[in-house]
Design a protein around this ligand. Structure first.
Ligand code: HSE
Length: 406
């Protein structure tokens, strides 16, 4: 019997206990041993559970117990999660986590520490909830030179957009429902403002391109600017509007990163992905396009991904050195204005002929409102589109919406 500890007994932490209890046979078969949760760390008490006697409030109890081999963290937030991760790895305990904030901020440091100590730092649940994406990108797609990773990476906002735009639910009602279902972050502005998706694309970019990328360096927009009118234009065009995280290999080996609502063509497999589902599309030079699809948030899907890592760390405690990336290199980031882009604009105050002067070669969608035009530009750089938008505004146009195309 091997001993583990679980940090946090919220949505995911209690889900870990449930998965371990309900699917003990499957988990132990994968782990190659019996698995026992010796400690659950939480500030709160949880009386009446079959494992209420295992709760502790002091992390040092876990750290000082030499029999605890794996620490599974589901508290969220950077601290104290980072301190607990560093201390666990330093003491030769593997650390597995669903915490994307932790991995996006400190992944390079913790991977280096795990490598030094010969233990595992695993984080499958940090991106895509229940979808296996870290391991297949790292291992199965390893021989590829990755060109692009793009995806719907936040279940809460995809759920909200689906409810708002397909069913006419208000933003507030859709958000409250997402919270009740356990999809949203403790502070849901991390979902709505795009920060959660940003952390996840940074993790995927690090896997794909071998360097750490910091979320604060990534242009990030959330869903608050998405209107029903834009969704209607997208639908008429045969597509949809989705919050997308995208990392692309650009000129000089540099990487263009962004998070934004994007106009997704109907021909893209991402266009029809609704509700809490996430999808990650990876384009490799050998394999071509691969799509990962599944439940991107929620108690049991996310917990199952954590438990998969627990089993892997128990079966093979030695460090899997190939799961690794180096520290950030600012020269690897393509400046946003140089990033290739194609834009959707909704503009009032100028007619088609006038707009064609600023957006030559644009494709105009059938107008849905007197006095406004919606157009899609040909490929350009983001800097060129910024300049065109400024010129149109200087001539009396008003940019009502602007989103990149996927
Ligand atoms: N709040 C996150 C989401 C949870 O909605 O995707 C899963 O990371």
């Amino acid at each position: 019997m091997k001993q583990i500890a679980v940090l946090g007994h919220g949505v995911v932490g209690s889900g870990i206990m449930e998965v371990l209890e309900k699917n003990r046979v499957q988990v132990e078969e994968k782990a190659g041993c019996g698995v026992e949760v010796r400690y659950v760390l939480d500030r709160r008490a949880f009386p009446g559970l079959p494992y209420s006697d295992r709760f502790v409030t002091d992390f040092s109890v876990i750290l000082e117990d030499p029999e605890v081999e794996v620490v599974a963290e589901a508290m969220g937030g950077l601290e104290p999660a980072f301190t607990y991760a560093r201390e666990s790895l330093s003491r030769g305990k593997s650390f597995v986590t669903s915490n994307k904030e932790l991995v996006a901020a400190k992944g390079d440091v913790l991977l280096a520490l795990a490598r030094e100590k010969g233990v595992r730092f695993l984080f499958e649940a940090s991106v895509g909830g229940g979808i296996p994406v870290i391991e297949p990108i790292h291992r199965s797609l390893g021989p590829n030179r990755i060109q692009q990773v793009a995806g719907i990476l936040n279940g809460t906002t995809n759920f909200i957009l689906t409810k708002m735009l397909r069913e006419g639910t208000s933003f507030q009602d859709a958000l409250e429902l997402a919270q009740r279902l356990g999809y949203a972050e403790r502070d849901p502005s991390a979902d709505v403002e795009g920060h959660d998706a940003c952390r996840k694309i940074c993790i995927l970019a690090a896997l794909a391109f071998g360097r750490h990328f910091y979320p604060e360096d990534v242009p990030t927009r959330g869903i608050t600017g998405v209107t029903a009118r834009d969704a209607a234009y997208a639908a008429r065009w045969g597509g949809s509007i989705k919050l997308i995280g995208r990392a692309r290999r650009g000129s000089g080996g540099r990487v263009a990163l962004e998070v934004s609502p994007m106009l997704v063509p109907g021909s893209s497999l991402l266009s029809g992905v609704g509700d809490v589902y996430n999808a990650v599309q990876v384009t490799g030079d050998m394999t071509g396009d691969v799509l990962f699809y599944g439940r991107g948030a929620g108690k049991l899907p996310t917990a199952a991904a954590v438990v998969g890592d627990i089993a892997a760390a128990l079966r093979e405690p030695g460090n899997d050195c190939s799961l690794f990336w180096g520290p950030a290199d600012p020269a690897m980031l393509l400046p946003p204005e140089e990033a290739p882009s194609q834009g959707y604009f909704r503009v009032s105050g100028l007619d088609r002929e006038e707009l064609e002067l600023f957006f030559p070669g644009a494709f105009f969608l059938e107008s849905l409102e007197e006095g406004e035009e919606a157009l899609i530009t040909p490929p350009a750089t983001q800097g060129e589109l910024d300049a065109a938008a400024r010129a149109a505004e200087a001539a009396g146009g008003r940019i009502l919406s602007r989103f990149p195309l996927l």
